[in-house]
Design a protein around this ligand. Structure first.
Ligand code: UT7
Length: 327
């Protein structure tokens, strides 16, 4: 069986930074509340003329450059998002065209904040089956477009950004194990209720602000910790490792309290857990590749390191990956 591994990584955060102080001007909140309850200080917001595919394009170019391959060598573009350019065509197809990935197939994957980790499992399987050799896996979100800027329960939590990885057939073992799981009964706790076939866009749905993110924070919080621990333990067990073998835990960045609870339950010391929630807040499907890129470029992630990602989000859907860093 062929081995699969990440051979290129890249990310992009839009220029505009929105701080907690800026949010104090918009809704009744405080820097102190946001910092102590979430760990967030600032987040990036896309410019009005930037769509998901624009953010993804910049991240993808950086990933291809690190990988040292051209876009026309890609066999597929798998793009995870809940903020597509359009409901259809897929953002993956828009990106495929912008990149000039002429021989690639392309599709979007919707698994909320678990999107990138799920997409990585798809790429892993395609490559290990021998069907493909080079796949671009993207996580991108422009959550600012579906945020209700009058709802303090949600508008302080999210940021925009994109991350991309080139996953290729390689000689050494890169991707070691993947895990995906879902509990659709949790759907109503984190949902954009309108705009799809259940509640198509009408004046009424717009008036009722049903095209924005609606979240029951505490319900999501409770399930997140349990599920993210389950995912990490599952991939470790599949590949025959213990949590003490992890060189870098890369958890989804939704809340510093969730990250800390997951880290402690897995018995991973703080220096082996990657945290950048302060600066980028929750970028949903973009979070994991942005973290991997930042960790790699800052020297936190080195060739040979054992990396465990673990994620949880809308669905509920959760996913994890265990990989050897081979760049
Ligand atoms: O990425 C997908 C997964 N998403 C998550 O994992 C998110 C999980 N949930 C969370 O991270 C947390 O539940 C939140 C950060 C969303 C909320 O924190 P919490 O500690 O669960 O707060 P809460 O919702 O119980 O609200 C506590 C209080 C409420 O006031 P009362 O009713 O006690 O008077 C809220 O109205 O805090 C109030 N509150 C705020 N106050 C100031 C809620 N949002 C704000 C705010 N600023 N932005």
């Amino acid at each position: 069986m062929a081995h699969a591994g990440i051979i290129g990584i890249g990310s992009y955060l839009p220029e505009k930074v929105l701080t907690n102080q800026d949010l104090e001007e918009i809704v009744e909140t405080s820097d102190e509340w946001i910092r102590t309850r979430t760990g967030m200080r600032e987040r990036h917001i896309a410019a009005p003329d930037q769509s998901a595919s624009d953010l993804a394009f910049i991240a993808a170019q950086a990933a291809l450059e690190t990988a040292g391959i051209a876009a026309d060598q890609l066999d597929a573009v798998v793009l995870a998002t809940v903020c597509p350019d359009y409901l259809f065509p897929s953002t993956a197809c828009v990106l495929q065209d912008k990149l000039g990935a002429k021989k690639a197939g392309a599709f979007d994957l919707s698994a909320g904040c678990a999107g990138f980790a799920s997409a990585l499992s798809v790429a892993d399987a395609y490559i290990k089956s021998g069907m493909m050799e080079n796949i671009l896996v993207v996580g991108v979100e422009v959550l600012s477009r579906v945020t209700n800027w009058e709802d303090r329960n949600t508008c302080v939590l999210f940021g925009d950004g994109a991350g991309a990885a080139v996953v290729s057939a390689v000689d050494e073992e890169g991707l070691l194990a993947d895990f995906i799981k879902a509990d659709g009964s949790g759907g109503p706790f984190l949902i954009q209720p309108a705009g799809g076939s259940a509640n198509p866009a009408t004046h009424e749905t717009v008036d009722k602000k049903m095209h924005y993110v609606h979240m029951s924070g505490q319900d999501v919080f409770k399930s997140a910790v349990r599920a993210m621990v389950e995912g990490a333990r599952a991939v470790l067990e599949q590949a025959g490792f213990q949590s003490e073998d992890i060189d870098l835990l890369v958890p989804h960045q939704a809340n510093i309290r969730i990250i800390e609870a997951v880290r402690k339950r897995l018995d991973v010391p703080p220096e082996r857990a990657f945290v950048n929630i302060e600066r980028q807040a929750n970028t949903s499907a973009a979070t994991i590749p942005i973290c991997l890129d930042e960790a790699y470029r800052s020297g936190r992630l080195n060739r040979g390191d054992l990396v465990c990602t673990t994620t949880f989000g809308a669905g509920f859907a959760w996913a994890a990956n265990l990989l050897r860093w081979i760049i």
